[in-house]
Design a protein around this ligand. Structure first.
Ligand code: GAF
Length: 369
């Protein structure tokens, strides 16, 4: 049982550069970096014009690139076997998030040459910590370093298009936004109604944010995520609102339709994000923890995106002294976060590992945000 180390930028860039040379025979000309994230609170709100508060991890993905003489892309990664080679307009799977970014930047009207690229990362893959956005944004950053500055808003649109149109995951933009706009360790209060991005100081004294990767499989392109998004859109339409951001709690009173639990989660979650930001600013850490736990209950009971591994991680962390705990990210597997006194971190890790072993689940992994 150990904590996943973010490593250093130098070490990851060297590994990627060595791979570029050995697998593709190319010399790196530029590099880019983008962070993974945990979301402190505000889940499944981004595509409802709502509020969320992600925190950029020290764990990051690094891309190194070299220009080619044609318009093709080749991509290799220390995390995936094989090489993607071909027209970036047809890239799928993990290549949607690497080669697909070249396609998307061209769609945005930029003149991007063919690219050879290699990737290294310390963001655990499939853990709900935004490894996909860290990948696509590191590629966009490396290409910007190669061809000259690219407007970050164009990079945001392009990385989102790669995910929507090449990978087929209709996500909301939180992950790419934090990857492109937050520095490591920085939390950003994102408002998807007015587009504002407000830095929030996250430094709970004497407390640690433990990330528990349940290692339960998680896939945002498998239809469950899209179904929740469509359900929210139906709820807003039935309520005569442009999005659930325009809906308040009294407006839900008396509703009995099937979409009610989805709408109730989104509407109450937006309120929890506001209360959480106020509690952080006031240093009211027990309240911060309580809001995290309420968010988890809402995601479990109303939005139905939790799973047994997440629920057990949250409960065991709370039983071990966490002020609060919740699933983070899209759900259906992935990771939970727990706000713990420093001296409860090791006991919580041991207790979660033992609870998982007792249920014959895959061994969880841990990192610190
Ligand atoms: C995933 C998506 F990529 C985000 O856009 C967001 O909707 C999140 O799930 C849930 O809050 O990470």
């Amino acid at each position: 049982m150990h904590l996943i180390d973010p490593g250093t930028a130098g070490e990851h860039v060297r590994r990627a550069a060595t791979l570029l040379q050995s697998a593709l025979g190319a010399s790196p000309m530029a590099a880019g970096r983008a962070s993974g994230r945990v979301n402190l609170i505000g889940e499944h709100t981004d595509y409802n014009q709502g509020l969320c508060l992600p925190l950029a991890l020290p764990h990051a993905t690094y891309a190194v690139v070299a220009p080619r003489g044609d318009d093709q892309v080749r991509a290799v990664s220390t995390l995936a076997p094989g090489t993607y080679a071909g027209d970036p307009a047809t890239a799928g799977g993990w290549a949607a998030y690497s080669a697909g970014v070249v396609w998307a930047l061209r769609e945005e009207g930029l003149d991007i040459p063919g690219i050879d690229m290699a990737i290294a990362s310390s963001v655990p893959v499939g853990a709900g910590l935004s490894s996909s956005a860290a990948l696509s944004c590191s590629v966009a950053m490396a290409i910007a370093a190669l061809v000259g500055p690219i407007d970050p808003e164009v990079m945001l649109r392009a990385t989102m298009r790669a995910e929507h149109e090449r990978a087929g995951a209709p996500t909301g933009g939180m992950d790419q936004t934090v990857a492109l706009f937050a520095t490591p360790g920085e939390a950003l209060l994102l408002d998807f109604a007015d587009g504002s991005r407000t830095p929030v100081t996250w430094a709970p004294p004497g407390l640690a944010l433990l990330v528990i990767d349940t290692c339960a499989p998680h896939d945002l392109a498998d239809g469950q995520y899209a179904a929740r998004r469509a359900g929210c859109e139906s709820a807003a339409a039935a309520l005569g609102a442009a999005s659930l951001r325009q809906v308040d709690e009294p407006a839900l009173a008396g509703a009995a339709e099937a979409w009610l639990p989805l709408a109730r989660h989104v509407v109450t979650e937006n309120r929890r994000v506001e209360e959480f930001a106020q509690a952080v600013a006031a240093g009211e850490w027990p309240e911060v923890g309580a809001l995290m736990t309420s968010s988890h209950e809402s995601l479990r009971d109303d939005f139905a995106v939790s799973c047994d591994q997440l629920d057990v991680a949250v409960q065991v962390a709370l039983d071990t002294g966490a002020l609060g705990a919740r699933m983070t990210g899209g759900g259906f597997g992935g990771s939970a976060i727990a706000l713990l006194p420093e001296d409860r971190v090791q006991p919580a890790m041991a207790a979660v590992a033992s609870a998982y072993a007792g249920r014959h689940w895959r061994e969880p992994r841990f990192l610190r945000a």
